[in-house]
Design a protein around this ligand. Structure first.
Ligand SMILES: Cc1cc2nc3c(=O)[nH]c(=O)nc-3n(C[C@H](O)[C@H](O)[C@H](O)COP(=O)(O)OP(=O)(O)OC[C@H]3O[C@@H](n4cnc5c(N)ncnc54)[C@H](O)[C@@H]3O)c2cc1C
Length: 474
């Protein structure tokens, strides 16, 4: 606070926050550093970090922020991938870390629901649910907070079976950006409620732009008791769709995950993580599928294994599968989970999180690969992702050796070229990571004028003083 003029709005804001929430809830100067950078290395300069202890404190903070018109950025565990949980570089925005809201308020095993504070980490929640044989089934390679999961509407590797956060969210407690710090409590653990507007949806996937979530009611699933994983070598991405259909026919909604990894992506992972082993001693595959069958019903393992072998043998006979190995969950997921880290070790990764209808996914992937090879031969393409959801994580790598040739203009040209092909194939520019500074330019370009208009109007209604969120729908 020392370098601020006592007359400034920010000074008055920080003074009041210290008085009302206590000095221990306020960080300034270098103490803010850990909160100013996220996992994707997006960095900002915050005026301060506020660490409220409960919903009441968040409400008090909101009242002060509205009065002084200070922008608040809600922050979970900073594992978001579009830079939306850190401030800009102006030094005028304030981070609200929900990390002290850490109470699992109420587990109801009969109803299969939990009411949980926004700052509880997914791993901690699942640890507390385990004795009840329950879990929150969103499966991501990071360890997000519940508020961040909702803010980003995370999907993850088991979306095929369980849906995204939206599908598993029953209720919410949220502090609105009104001058009186209104707290809206919609935490009833109901699976059905058609009594009017489903207000909670406004806060899902909108990155803290409409309110600060302080708690949520989540629907829980029984922990899987029978699982079968397999790693399958495939001749091409098109065939992956046929293999997916074959597994859906045989296993129906027991098919839990179907991730596709290109040969190049697997190779770079193995190169950078020497302790990981290639599942096949030799392979001519152009891509691989990591497939998982799962059920919360015990005793199905033998049936899963036998039927998987039958399906794979038939696919092998017809040339659609080149090779396959069966294993348990821990056998193959490290190959998938370490992939982004491995790629980042060899240069600057340009990441794309895009989604299509299944039928357009392969066309997009092939067009993007062809365009890159022609126009940007120095770059490398790695693709992987939640194939069964039509999801594709594409990483275009600028290798260390060519970074000097790739200035900002060329990088923008690569991003624009990829998103152009996404749009031409009916896809969306952000599948599960939301909108933030990393991709905001494409919101303006690829979101329809009608949606933009309504989003602006809603934001005006919900946040008339513009005190919330890193990304504004303006
Ligand atoms: C290795 C790795 C793997 C990943 N895999 C996946 C994946 O498979 N699928 C997927 O969907 N994502 C994935 N992610 C992205 C990320 O984990 C998710 O976006 C996650 O939901 C972010 O949660 P967080 O707590 O870290 O939120 P943050 O990054 O802190 O915040 C995310 C957004 O939510 C807002 N927000 C945070 N808390 C609140 C709150 N209390 N109220 C209102 N708004 C809030 C923030 O302002 C920001 O806009 C992955 C990330 C990593 C690093």
């Amino acid at each position: 606070m020392s370098d601020l003029e006592p007359a400034s709005g920010l000074y008055a804001f920080l003074t009041e926050v210290a008085e009302v929430l206590g000095q221990a809830s306020l960080l300034t100067g270098t103490a803010c550093a850990p909160y100013e950078i996220d996992v994707a290395q997006c960095r900002g300069k915050a005026a301060a970090v506020v660490l409220p202890r409960d919903t009441h404190a968040v409400s008090a903070l909101m009242r002060i922020a509205v009065r002084h018109r200070i922008r608040l950025i809600a922050q979970g565990n900073r594992s978001g991938l579009v830079g939306a949980a850190v401030t800009d570089n102006s030094g005028t925005q304030v981070i609200v870390s929900l990390s002290r809201l850490r109470r699992v308020r109420e587990i109801d095993p009969l109803n299969r629901t939990v009411i949980v504070d926004a700052g509880v980490l997914l791993s901690e929640l699942n640890r507390q649910l385990e004795p009840h044989s329950l879990c929150f089934p969103i499966d991501v390679g990071s360890d997000p907070a519940i508020g961040g999961l909702i803010g980003a509407n995370a999907g993850g590797s088991r979306l095929l079976k369980h849906g995204d956060v939206r599908h598993n969210l029953l209720g919410i407690e949220v502090v609105l950006a009104y001058g009186d710090g209104t707290v809206v409590q919609l935490l009833a653990p109901l699976r059905k409620n058609n009594t009017g507007l489903d207000l909670k949806q406004m806060f899902v996937g909108t990155g803290g732009a409409f309110g600060i979530i302080t708690a949520a009611t989540l629907e829980l699933k029984r922990i899987d008791q029978s699982t079968q994983s397999m790693f399958v070598a495939l001749p091409d991405h098109g065939t992956a769709l046929e293999v997916l259909q074959a597994f859906e026919l045989q296993f129906g909604d027991l098919l839990c995950a179907f991730e596709v990894i290109s040969e190049a992506a697997l190779a770079i992972t193995l190169r950078n993580f020497p302790t990981l082993r290639h599942p096949f001693s030799q392979s001519s595959a152009s891509c691989y599928a990591l497939i998982e069958i799962a059920s919360s019903m015990p005793g199905l393992h033998t049936i899963f294994a036998q039927r998987s072998e039958q399906v794979l043998e038939a696919l092998y006979e017809s040339g659609r599968v080149l090779d396959a190995v069966l294993g348990n969950t821990s056998s193959f997921w490290p190959l998938r989970d370490n992939l982004p880290l491995a790629i980042a070790k060899e240069g600057i990764p340009l990441s794309f999180d895009v989604a299509f209808s299944r039928s357009q996914l392969v066309a997009f992937r092939d067009q993007a690969a062809q365009w890159l090879a022609q126009e940007h031969p120095l770059l490398q393409l790695y693709d992987f992702g939640h194939f069964a959801d039509g999801g594709c994580h594409l990483i275009v790598l600028v290798p260390h050796a060519h970074i000097a040739q790739y200035g900002i203009a060329k990088i923008v040209a690569v991003r624009s070229g990829i998103y152009k092909r996404v749009s031409e194939n009916g896809g969306c520019f952000s599948a599960e990571h939301g909108v933030g500074p990393m991709n905001a330019a494409y919101y303006g370009k690829y979101t329809t004028p009608e949606v933009q208009h309504i989003s602006r109007a809603m934001q005006q209604l919900m946040d008339p003083q513009a005190v919330l969120g890193r990304y504004r729908y303006t």
